[in-house]
Design a protein around this ligand. Structure first.
Ligand SMILES: Nc1ncnc2c1ncn2[C@@H]1O[C@H](COP(=O)(O)OP(=O)(O)OP(=O)(O)O)[C@@H](O)[C@H]1O
Ligand SMILES: [Mg+2]
Length: 448
């Protein structure tokens, strides 16, 4: 593993470099923070040990600029007595850990080993994800919970084939997100993804939107008009709120799916088309079928594979990472970092979110815009059922990071155990940790 030490104290820098070098790490050291930053961005380091107090640029400034340029090495802050606040502030903004000077050799080696192991786990998770093609949608779909990982895995498996998929789930659970993920993991990913909401468009318009029309097909049809099926040719078409598709169009859609060809309204000739059809619904379809409002033959044709997205209240483990995801998005728009206090994290995780992920996203955006600083506390969210007010919450600021690290570890361990068919020794081997460490982690991460 390659390490970079950033510290203006030459004597300290050299002895630390010597110590870590003797422990088998590739160590580089820089005394000037600007030069260190340039090197950190140009070369591949897995870990950076950075002093908090330096002339020119301090440790927090280093961290911010490094992250702003997309540097992703782990950063350990080193603080002298009296600088703990600065070190903690750095942890809130994504430093991995901190060491208080003066530290014993054992202490720094232990901290570096821990960081190394975390890196290994992270890479293991990445490798497992990309072997399933899931890495490609990591930035699109947050899937920390078991339930969402199952959804994404199934999506990855069906993505390769051309089967229709019916995506179900309450409003705001992420049905469109999953449809886009299927598209992106499919061989059609370079082609277009098109969505249409079948409930939002009046029947006559919808018909020509979907299937197109020729000039003169009806009053007002002054020119030829290709439908979405033609425009989406080669790509993926999402039919959203499919339960609301009018009956006359249900018959027409069934024919298109069975025959793989399309005829514009008023046209004589049919055209071959190659479109991957995905359908989504927030309403249970079975009732509509039973009541005769939705054709059962079309229902079976669409329901070849069913992907159900559980409501957010059934998978609160996703909330911390969703928060990070949305905080990062809104931070980019506002131009300053946005994070959530541990107390707020607890309150948000306990909230029931009837509007699901969309409601959570809106809550983060609203809080970030209305709050003065970038640190959002429970009171910034104005949740109906309030939040517990942990007096230590804002001050120590480490829960958010810890929760995430544990979630990554948990995911890697679960994946390794699956791959090893539950054999713990083999799983430990896959993860590159000792059996004892695995047992320790299993005890500490009960959900693993
Ligand atoms: N797992 C997730 N990871 C990241 N963002 C998500 C996730 N699930 C949902 N979102 C976000 O939440 C919002 C709502 O998602 P989406 O539009 O996919 O929900 P939906 O189920 O289609 O809702 P509706 O039934 O109202 O159409 C979007 O902004 C989406 O980006
Ligand atoms: Mg939708």
């Amino acid at each position: 593993m390659r390490l970079l030490i950033v510290d203006d104290d030459a004597g300290f820098r050299q002895s630390l470099a010597l110590l870590l070098g003797e422990s088998g790490y590739g160590v580089e050291a820089e005394g000037d923070p600007e030069r260190a930053l340039a090197r950190a961005l140009k070369e591949e380091f897995e870990l950076i040990l950075c002093d908090v107090k330096m002339p020119g640029m301090d440790g927090l400034g280093f961290l911010r600029r490094y992250r702003a340029e997309n540097g992703n090495a782990l950063i350990i802050m080193m603080s002298a007595y009296g600088d703990e606040d600065a070190a903690l502030a750095a942890m809130r903004e994504g430093a991995y850990d901190y060491l208080q000077k003066p530290f014993k050799p054992d202490e720094v080696i232990l901290t570096v080993r821990k960081a190394e192991e975390r890196e290994r786990l992270r890479r293991e998770v990445d490798a497992l994800r990309s072997s399933l093609g899931i890495g490609a949608v990591g930035d699109l779909v947050v899937s920390q919970s078991r339930a969402m990982r199952d959804v994404v895995e199934l999506a990855a498996r069906v993505a390769r084939h051309n089967t229709t998929v019916l995506i179900t789930g309450e409003s705001g659970t992420g049905k469109e997100v999953i449809a886009r993920a299927i598209h992106r993991m499919s061989p059609r990913s370079e082609r277009s993804f098109t969505g249409i909401n079948c409930a939002a468009i009046p029947e006559q318009l919808l018909e020509s939107e979907l299937f197109g029309h020729t000039k003169g097909a009806f009053t007002g049809a002054t020119s030829d008009h290709p439908g979405l099926f033609e425009l989406a040719n080669g790509g993926t078409l999402l039919l959203d709120e499919i339960a609301d598709l009018p009956q006359a169009l249900q018959a027409k859609l069934l024919r298109v799916l069975e025959e793989g060809e399309i005829r514009r309204l008023g046209a004589r000739e049919a055209k071959k088309i190659d479109v991957r059809v995905l359908a989504a619904t927030g309403r249970p379809m079975e009732q509509a079928v039973e009541r005769g409002e939705f054709r059962s033959d079309l229902y079976y044709r669409l329901n070849v594979v069913r992907l159900h997205i559980p409501p957010l209240r059934e998978r609160p483990e996703d909330i911390p990472e969703l928060l990070t995801h949305f905080a990062r998005q809104v931070a980019q728009r506002l131009g300053h970092p946005v994070s959530v206090t541990p107390a707020a994290l607890v309150a948000l995780t306990n909230h029931s979110w009837p509007g699901n992920v969309r409601e959570l996203r809106n809550a983060v955006e609203r809080a970030a815009v209305l709050s003065a600083g970038g640190l959002l506390d429970s009171k910034d969210f104005a949740l109906a059922n309030g939040g517990s007010n942990d007096p230590n919450g804002g001050a120590n600021g480490v829960l958010d990071l810890k929760t995430q690290v544990e979630a990554v570890e948990r995911a890697a361990i679960q994946r390794a155990l699956q791959a090893a068919n539950g054999n713990r020794r083999q799983a430990a081997n896959l993860l590159g940790i000792s059996l004892r460490t695995l047992f320790y982690k299993l005890r500490r991460l009960p959900a693993a």
